[in-house]
Design a protein around this ligand. Structure first.
Ligand code: SF4
Ligand code: SF4
Length: 451
């Protein structure tokens, strides 16, 4: 089964892109399914569970078998009662639903593990450190398709929500490599003149100006917003601006720290200290090594800070600097020696969660709220551009040439092999029937021959 999952190219579809066959080689007592989908305006996971219930449960069962887990837990928001009603009667004896509060960032894997199991993953650790494996809902469906006995199916499709200022907000099922512009067209196009685009969710996603870019195995959404929208403006801030404004206006109120979800878990992260460090010389910035444990959820910058500053940007920059220093020195950062308050979460987490409804109001998304129902027929596209790296690990090596005819599901790029072993990664497959038009170091372009 592990080999089938590897050959099918399954990776974490929630955004991380970690190769699933590697994750499922661990032994764990619990598999936790991440169906929290906490980014405002994204709906594809709950839609997928509704439309692929049996496949979703089969994926969870397969993951439990492979990891030896005694229980499977599905973390999904309480508000999706209709999804739980469909799921509940079909669950095996060792599977349970754990309803989650409608808070942000409930889908952060560390928070999810705490909310579903009451266990705190230590700073810098992974969920395996507390005996569990976390898998996204769409990944579970892909695992089920890969291990089915009749014919293993490769990952060639992606589900994503298209929302915000579009004519018909929806969740789409598209061939991998479909352009963002085709997705936008399928949702009826932008409903405003001069739109801006966020790929992923509004909180953690990135601004995109080139809609010819493809949907990959980790693309969860395409959100359209006005150019002058708060989120768009904030995502345009440069590092120079973050530093200049942060130095001048941070009053050290520490709201950013007091509401930081990782801080509330007891991790040694204090974004207000990172802000204070903007006035220090680089050597003094060692004080803020706890920023290493920032998950970049954006809550501090878009919600908590009353001055509208960018602690997330500062933490992210610090984190990158610490990682670079760690790599060049070959030594583990001293951040891992910082004290970790194990019971802190029990005291703080209940009362300091950020309700999604309040977040939506604060960041100006109230008029874009929608349910993004799934269009469950595969979007027909003329061509796809399939990147050779859609996962954590090495880029795949093409195994086809320009001019070749390919079928959907056929391998087109494989993990590179060193010393007889495939590198960390996941194989890549054609997502439509067609002719290979171009093969570059980055991607394979296929022009469709099907209808
Ligand atoms: S919330 Fe804003 S003003 Fe307060 S400490 Fe954090 S960055 Fe500074
Ligand atoms: S982005 Fe801000 S709120 Fe989120 S984990 Fe990092 S410091 Fe904490």
């Amino acid at each position: 089964m592990i080999e089938q999952i590897a050959e099918a190219g399954v990776v974490g579809a929630g955004g991380a892109g970690f190769p699933t066959h590697v994750k499922l080689q661990s032994q764990a007592d619990t598999v936790v399914i991440n169906a929290a989908e906490c980014e405002p305006l994204l709906h594809k996971d709950k839609e997928l569970i509704l439309h692929r219930t049996d496949q979703f449960i089969a994926g969870l069962a397969a993951a439990m078998r492979l990891t030896g887990a005694k229980q499977g837990i599905i973390g999904i928001k309480k508000k999706y009662e209709h999804v739980m009603t469909v799921l509940q009667p079909k669950l095996g004896k060792t599977m349970q639903i754990r309803p989650l509060d409608d808070a942000y960032p409930a889908g952060d894997e560390f928070l999810l593990v705490y909310e579903t199991l009451g266990r705190v993953v230590p700073p810098g650790g992974i969920p395996m450190a507390v005996g569990c494996v976390v898998m996204n809902a769409e990944t579970a469906c892909n695992v089920a398709a890969a291990v089915q006995q009749t014919a293993s199916q490769a990952v060639v499709e992606k589900y994503l929500s298209v929302g915000g200022a579009v004519e018909h907000p929806c969740s789409l099922r598209v061939p991998l490599g479909t352009s963002l512009s085709d997705c936008l067209k399928a949702a009826g196009g932008a409903s405003i003149p001069d739109p801006a685009f966020v790929v992923g969710g509004v909180m953690m996603g990135t601004l995109e100006t080139d809609l010819s870019k493809p949907v990959t195995k980790t693309t969860g959404g395409l959100i359209v917003l006005p150019q002058d929208h708060f989120i768009v403006q904030r995502k345009r801030w440069t590092w120079e601006r973050t530093v200049k404004v942060g130095r001048a206006a941070c009053d050290q109120c520490s709201f950013c720290t007091e509401l930081c979800p990782r801080h509330l878990l007891g991790h040694p992260i204090e974004p207000h200290r990172a802000m204070r460090s903007l006035g220090f010389s680089p050597e003094r910035r060692a004080d803020v090594s706890g920023t290493m444990f920032c998950c970049e959820c954006g809550l501090c910058s878009y919600y908590s800070c009353p001055e509208g500053l960018d602690p997330r940007g500062v933490c992210a920059e610090n984190k990158r600097r610490i990682i670079a220093e760690q790599r060049s020195s070959g030594q583990r950062s001293s951040a891992f020696l910082l004290p970790f308050r194990e019971k802190y979460a029990d005291q703080m987490m209940r009362n300091r969660k950020t309700p999604t409804s309040r977040l939506i109001t604060k960041i100006g998304l109230a008029k874009f709220v929608n349910k993004a129902p799934l269009r469950d027929c595969l979007l027909a596209v003329q061509q796809v551009t399939i990147p050779l790296r859609q996962h954590i690990g090495a880029a795949c090596v093409p195994v086809i040439h320009a001019g070749e005819v390919v079928r959907a599901g056929q391998p087109i790029a494989k993990r590179p092999v060193t010393d007889g072993k495939p590198a960390l990664g996941a194989d890549i497959h054609a997502s439509i029937d067609g002719v290979v038009k171009a093969v570059t170091a980055e991607a394979v372009r296929i022009e469709g021959t099907g209808k």
